[in-house]
Design a protein around this ligand. Structure first.
Ligand code: DGJ
Length: 739
C-alpha cells in the first residue's frame, strides 16, 4: 500500500495490491477525479486522463482557466452554484445569501493508519501499517471556510474510506445545507445499480436496474436507515456475476437520514454520491466551528459480487466491529418474544429457560414487556425498572435463576422511546420530538425521545446503566420501533432545527459508546422493529443486528440472502420460530428453519415446551450442530450460489480460510413434480484437495466445483436409495471436509 504524491503536477495516487485511486489538482484549484479501479502502476503524469473539453454552450470557470468547463470534468468533491450543472457534493449558504463556494487546493498531509472521527462510528486500524490516510486541505478564502477531504486506503482490502470536514473561520455564521461523505465521478455509465430495498418483514431485497441518464437514488428521511432502503448500493458491470467481473460497493456508515444516488449525465459520466440526506438537514457553523460527515466505504472487486461481499465482510468483522465479540462465535440464544409476546410471568419465562437449558441452548433473552406498566405496547415505555408483578425479585433475581440453570441472561430495551402513558412522559412531557403548538404523532403508541438533548440521553443512560450494574446481563437487544416524525427539539433555536435529525443519531451513538465502554463484556444486538436499522455503522457498537421480524424460513432465505451482499454472516440475527409462522402463517419443516438460521447468529424464538418429543430431540441435534460449526458458518468465506429471487432453489455456502472445511446449504421453495435433473456447483474449494462430502462420498475440489453435486434426488426426497416424503420448503446441507 502506498500513496504516491507528485507535487509538481499535483497528482495523488492511492494504491494497494488491488486498487488504484487517482486524483489531480485541476487548473482552477479544484480536485479532479482521474481513475478508480484495478491497481495500475504509478507514473509521473496522469494528466492525459483529464478529459476537460469545451463544447457548444459550455460555461467556463474563471477567466484564466479557459480550458476548463466544470460541467465536463470529473471531479472529486464538486461544489454547488458554479458551472457544473450536476448535483454538488456540498452546498453551504453564506451570510450574503449565496451558496456558491470555490474551495481550492492548499496543501496535503499523509498520516499512517486512520484518524478517529470524533463521535462517529468508523472503520479503524490497530496499527499504523494497516492503512494510510491522505488529507487534502482546500480553502474558500472569500467564504472563510476550510475543507478537509479524507481518504484512507487499507493495506489488505480493496477499500477506500472517505469522509469530509468543513471549518468556518469567519465571523457570523454559515449554514451547511448539503454535505456528502463521498462523491465519485466514474467515466461511463455501463453499470447495473443494485439497491437493497423492501419494507417491514421483507427487508433488503436486491433490486437491479441499468443506470440511465438522470438521477436514481435510495434514501431515508425516517430518522433511521429504514426497512425501506439500505445505505448500501452496488454498481456492477452488466456482465459481472456473483463470481466474476467488476463490482463497486458504496456503504454509508450512518443510521440517520441518508441518500445514495447516481447521477448519469448527458455524456455518460456517472456521479455517485453518498451521505446525510439533504432533505430536512441544515447545520449552522459559527466562527471556529467545524462539521465532520459520517464515513463512506468504497469497496471494489473484480471477482463479482461474492468478491465484493467478502471484502466488506472481512473489513466489517475485523475493523468495524470492536470489543470482545468482534470475531467470537455467537452464543445460541432463546428469545421469548414470539413464544409469549406480552403474555408472561416469571414462572412462564423460567419454564421456557429450563427447557432451553436442557436442549443445550446457551442464553435466555427476555424481550419486551418486563418493565414499568408495560403489559402491552400501550404503556410503560421509558420506565426502565422491572415490573414487580412480573418479576418479584427484579432483573437481578431473574438473571440469577437463569444463570443457575447454566444459561447466560440477556435483556431487551428500547431506550429512544416513550409511551405517553408512562412515568417518564408524565415527568418530562417536553422531552419528546414535537413541533410547538402542533400535535405529535403516535406510532405503535409511542413518541420519540429527543436524543439530540444530552440531558435526555444522560437520564436514559442512568436508568439503563443502573440495571446493567445491578444484574448479571450478558446481552442487550436495543430496539427502535418507530420512525421519527415532527422532528423538532424544544431546546434548540429556530436556526438550528435542521440539526435535530443528525444530533439525534449522535445522541444514539453517544449512549451506545457509554454503555459499551462501561460494559465491554455485553454482546449488543441492534434492532429497529426487525431490520429497520441494519446498517454498517451499528456494527461499530453492536456486532449483530436483528435482520427482520419475519422469521418464516422461506422469507428468511430472501432476507438473509439480500443482507449478505453488504453485511457479514456473523452480524445477521436469525432464529428458529414456531409454525404456523406468526408473520405469514406458513408451515415449514423444523429442519429447514434451522438450516436457514445456521447462516446467521442462530437462536430460537418459540416455547420449546410446546414441541413434540421428536421435535425437541431434533432441536438438541441442531443446537449441537451449530455449536460445532458456528466458527465456520459465521466467520468463514461466504458465497451466494443460487438466488431465491431468481430460482425455486436457493443455495449458499461457507468455506474455511484454509479451504479444508465447507458447508453448503441448498433450499427448495416449492416441491416440483417429475422434476428436471439438477446439480449444485460448489465454489471456493481447493481444486486439488480430496474432500469427503458427508453422505455423498469422496470427491476432488475440481469435481465439486465443475461437475457439481448431483442434487436431483436429494431434494425430491430420494437419497441413498431411501425414499422419504417430498415436501415444499425442504433443505439439505452438504458438509465438506478435506483429507
Ligand atoms: C420489534 C422487534 O423486532 C421484535 O423482535 C420484538 O423485540 C418487538 N419489537 C418487541 O416490541
Amino acid at each position: 500500500m502506498s500513496i504516491f504524491v507528485n507535487e509538481q503536477n499535483g497528482t495523488f495516487h492511492l494504491q494497494n495490491h488491488f486498487v488504484s485511486y487517482i486524483m489531480a489538482v485541476l487548473p482552477n484549484g479544484h480536485i479532479g477525479q482521474l481513475y478508480f479501479g484495478k491497481k495500475i502502476r504509478d507514473r509521473e503524469d496522469f494528466s492525459y486522463l483529464l478529459e476537460g473539453c469545451i463544447r457548444s454552450h459550455s460555461a467556463l470557470t474563471g477567466s484564466d482557466t479557459r480550458r476548463l468547463s466544470l460541467e465536463h470534468v470529473r471531479q472529486e468533491y464538486p461544489f454547488a452554484g458554479g458551472t457544473d450543472y450536476r448535483q454538488g457534493a456540498v452546498r453551504i449558504m453564506q451570510e450574503n445569501g449565496s451558496c456558491l463556494t470555490d474551495f481550492v487546493f492548499r496543501r496535503y498531509a499523509l498520516t499512517g493508519g486512520k484518524p478517529v472521527l470524533e463521535g462517529l462510528p468508523a472503520t479503524y486500524t490497530e496499527d499504523d501499517g494497516e492503512a494510510e490516510t491522505l488529507h487534502l486541505y482546500l480553502e474558500d478564502e472569500k467564504a472563510h471556510m476550510e475543507l478537509e477531504l479524507l481518504y484512507t486506503i487499507f493495506r489488505d482490502e480493496a477499500v477506500i474510506a472517505r469522509s469530509a470536514r468543513v471549518r468556518y473561520t469567519g465571523s457570523g455564521s454559515v449554514r451547511i445545507e448539503k454535505m456528502m461523505s463521498l462523491n465519485l465521478d466514474l467515466p461511463d455509465d455501463r453499470y447495473d445499480w443494485i439497491q437493497f430495498s423492501g419494507s417491514w418483514a421483507r427487508e433488503r431485497y436486491p433490486m437491479t436496474h441499468p443506470l440511465h441518464q438522470g438521477i436514481q437514488s435510495v434514501g431515508s428521511i425516517r430518522g433511521n436507515s429504514s426497512h425501506q432502503h439500505n445505505p448500501f448500493v452496488i454498481l456492477k458491470r452488466p456482465d459481472a456475476t456473483e463470481n466474476a467481473g467488476e463490482a463497486l460497493g458504496f456503504s454509508l456508515l450512518y443510521s440517520g437520514n441518508f441518500l445514495i444516488q447516481a447521477e448519469t449525465d448527458t455524456y455518460g459520466v456517472t456521479r455517485m454520491q453518498a451521505g446525510i440526506h439533504p432533505e430536512y438537514f441544515a447545520w449552522k457553523l459559527e466562527e471556529g466551528e467545524s462539521f465532520q460527515t459520517p464515513e463512506a466505504v468504497l469497496a471494489w472487486s473484480e471477482e463479482g459480487m461474492n468478491g465484493l461481499s467478502q471484502t466488506l465482510h472481512r473489513l466489517y468483522q475485523r475493523r468495524l466491529c470492536r470489543g470482545e465479540w468482534r470475531e467470537k462465535a455467537r452464543p445460541i440464544l432463546i428469545n421469548n418474544w414470539e413464544a409469549t409476546f406480552f403474555d408472561f410471568n416469571e414462572e412462564k419465562l423460567l419454564q421456557i429457560a429450563r427447557k432451553a437449558a436442557s436442549a443445550g441452548i446457551e442464553m435466555f433473552v427476555l424481550d419486551d414487556g418486563w418493565f414499568g406498566a408495560r403489559r402491552s405496547d400501550n404503556a410503560g415505555l421509558g420506565d426502565w425498572y422491572p415490573a414487580q408483578e412480573i418479576l418479584p425479585e427484579g432483573i437481578k433475581g431473574l438473571s440469577e435463576k437463569i444463570e443457575a440453570m447454566g444459561l447466560k441472561f440477556g435483556l431487551w430495551i428500547e431506550p429512544e422511546m416513550v409511551n405517553p402513558d408512562s412515568d417518564l412522559y408524565r415527568a418530562h412531557p417536553d422531552w419528546i420530538l414535537r413541533v410547538p403548538d402542533r400535535q405529535a404523532s403516535l406510532s405503535r403508541n409511542q413518541y420519540v425521545l429527543d436524543f439530540s438533548r444530552p440531558e435526555v440521553v444522560d437520564h436514559i443512560h442512568a436508568m439503563i446503566a443502573d440495571i446493567l450494574r445491578n444484574a448479571s446481563i450478558s446481552y442487550i437487544k436495543w430496539d427502535m420501533n418507530r420512525s421519527i416524525s415532527e422532528c423538532y427539539s424544544a431546546v434548540l433555536p429556530a436556526d438550528r432545527q435542521g440539526e435535530v435529525y443528525h444530533r439525534y443519531i449522535l445522541g444514539v451513538y453517544d449512549l451506545y459508546e457509554r454503555l459499551i465502554g462501561e460494559f465491554p463484556h455485553i454482546l449488543f444486538e441492534s434492532c429497529a422493529g426487525g431490520g429497520g436499522r441494519f446498517d454498517a455503522d451499528m456494527l461499530y457498537y453492536a456486532p449483530q443486528a436483528w435482520a427482520s421480524d419475519d422469521t418464516d424460513a422461506a422469507e428468511r432465505m430472501k432476507i438473509q440472502y439480500g443482507t449478505s451482499y453488504g453485511y457479514p454472516i456473523s452480524s445477521i440475527g436469525s432464529h428458529v420460530s414456531a409454525v404456523p409462522n406468526d408473520q405469514v402463517g406458513r408451515i415449514t419443516p423444523l429442519k429447514t428453519r434451522a438450516e436457514v438460521a445456521y447462516f446467521g447468529t442462530y437462536g430460537y424464538e418459540l416455547d420449546l415446551n410446546l414441541l413434540s418429543d421428536e421435535e425437541f430431540e431434533a432441536v438438541k441435534t441442531y443446537t449441537d450442530f451449530m455449536k460445532e460449526h458456528r466458527e465456520l458458518l459465521q466467520f468463514g468465506t461466504f458465497y451466494r450460489l443460487r438466488s431465491p429471487f431468481e430460482e425455486n432453489e436457493m443455495a449458499w455456502m461457507v468455506v474455511s480460510k484454509d479451504k479444508k472445511e465447507a458447508i453448503a446449504g441448498l433450499y427448495r421453495t416449492l416441491n416440483v413434480p417429475n422434476e428436471s435433473f439438477s446439480r449444485l456447483y460448489l465454489t471456493g474449494l481447493d481444486p486439488d484437495l480430496s474432500y469427503e462430502v458427508e453422505g455423498y462420498g469422496r470427491h476432488f475440489g475440481d469435481e465439486l466445483m465443475n461437475v457439481g453435486i448431483v442434487t436431483s434426488t436429494v431434494m425430491s426426497g430420494k437419497q441413498n436409495g431411501s425414499v422419504c416424503r417430498a415436501a415444499d420448503f425442504t433443505s439439505e446441507l452438504f458438509i465438506v471436509h478435506a483429507g
